[in-house]
Write a protein that binds this ligand. Structure first.
Ligand code: DAO
Ligand code: DAO
Ligand code: DAO
Length: 204
């Protein structure tokens, strides 16, 4: 369908359905404190998951429970560890992002999660990724970055529809999703919406 959902603060809109089969679970905002004083809006994001994957994978486990019961389970946790196809779409708000600051932020946020889930031995994995963020990439305001977790824990990245790389790593997929739907998400309201949407999708 042509339906979209608009993020109220930035005005960026997200299609309700991506790639024909992935439904929008929730949208939010990634903000970052600079110089410890000011928060800038870095990007708006939308989290999508494959509708039939969700039904197949999670209904089996939770389909007999009521929506209220399901809400008490940590479904997003399951989603992060599962092989369900998920896409996180980022729409850049802050127009002055340098690749260097993306690299630094990535090492910080994702690096932190790699450590949390995989122990301390991930410097190499991290560097392998960030070295792919080529200095000549441009991500002005309005750029769309899709981070897609496909079957087999393949993480595919595209910028404005053009693929820039893919990599197979369950740990990396888990670490990236954790930024959006983990215990300390960038936008907790977004995570709440996603929890709700998942609970009602499964028990419908
Ligand atoms: O220009 O130094 C600066 C401040 C910008 C902070 C950038 C945060 C980057 C967040 C990652 C963006 C991923 C697309
Ligand atoms: O917001 O801290 C964060 C990390 C978000 C992950 C962003 C990955 C961006 C990868 C593409 C960069 C291409 C220049
Ligand atoms: O080994 O095929 C390759 C190239 C890997 C490119 C990785 C590109 C950036 C992906 C980083 C993940 C961002 C979420």
């Amino acid at each position: 369908s042509g339906d979209v959902v608009t993020e109220s603060k930035t005005g960026f809109s997200f299609p309700a359905v991506l790639k024909d089969s992935q439904g929008l679970l929730g949208i939010g905002l990634r903000r970052k404190a600079v110089f410890g004083l000011k928060n800038i809006d870095v990007y708006a994001f939308g989290v999508y998951a494959d509708d039939s994957d969700i039904k197949n994978f999670l209904s089996e486990k939770y389909g007999t429970l009521s929506t209220t019961e399901v809400k008490q389970k940590n479904i997003t946790q399951e989603l992060m560890e599962s092989d369900v196809s998920v896409t996180v779409r980022l729409q850049i708000v802050y127009g002055k992002l340098s690749i260097r600051s993306v690299r630094n932020a990535f090492e910080d946020s994702v690096g932190n999660r790699l450590k949390k889930f995989g122990g301390s031995d991930n410097k190499e994995l991290l560097q392998k990724f960030t070295s792919q963020f080529k200095d000549e990439y441009k991500i002005p305001r309005g750029s769309i970055i899709d981070l897609s977790k496909e079957k087999g824990y393949v993480l595919r990245t595209s910028i404005d529809g053009k693929e820039v790389g893919s990599v197979q790593s369950q740990l990396l997929c888990r670490s990236i999703l954790d930024l959006y739907i983990g215990d300390e998400p960038f936008d907790s309201k977004a995570k709440e919406d996603i929890d709700l949407k998942l609970a009602s999708a499964i028990t419908k």
